[in-house]
Design a protein around this ligand. Sequence first.
Ligand code: PEP
Length: 249
Amino acid sequence: MRKNIVAGNWKMNNDLAQTETLITQLKGQTKTSNAEVMIAPSFTNLWHAFQSLRQDDIEVVAQNMHFAENGAYTGEVSASMLKSIGIQTVILGHSERRAYFNETDASLAKKVDAALTNDIRIIFCFGEELADRKAGNEEAVVESQIKNALFHLGAEAFKNIVLAYEPVWAIGTGETASPEQAQDMHAFIRKTLADTYGNEVADNMSILYGGSVKPANAKEIFGKPDVDGGLIGGAALKAEDFYAIVNAF
Ligand code: PEP
């Protein structure tokens, strides 16, 4: 049975003191849903966050990693470095990484392999731009993003992958995909998986929606049968809002 997951992507927000404050506030919240909860602080605060949340029901995950094991890649962090401080999950392919840091399907395929080799679970992000949707190409774009980065893998690997559909036009814009648009795309993604890997892989895959999810719209979006949770940006920076979303299940 697939899991419900709500993951907060803090992006480049929160220094050490702010991280401590937000974690204290998160610890003060009550979870009434069955969703797995994750937060993704910046690299500098991962270790501190991991230590602070050791005893709690919140997993600390990374926002990115490099594909190489080690070497001359100034400013980068490897899968084994994440692993060495206890991190078990990494977000890969966020649209901001694709847009501002030139991440491509090909480089993401290498990151996917490196994460899985190090036994790190992946939250793999993808989604179409507004122009793609206006042209009616959203399914073709999403299909190629998934296939190019993931479909070299065997079926077994998908146990360590969570998918996050994030239409670029809905990220940080206040514009949300309607619950029906999210459901249609999630059903298409699940069918794409089933066509190649069979129903077991498809049915067990958690597919998250990301793009301006807030307490006010989370229940309706999460109520759709193929939406198994959310990747949350802006609303993850306020403990109360984040937990209102977690508890929307
Ligand atoms: C994101 O960056 O993954 C995201 C979904 O952001 P927001 O919730 O702010 O749209």
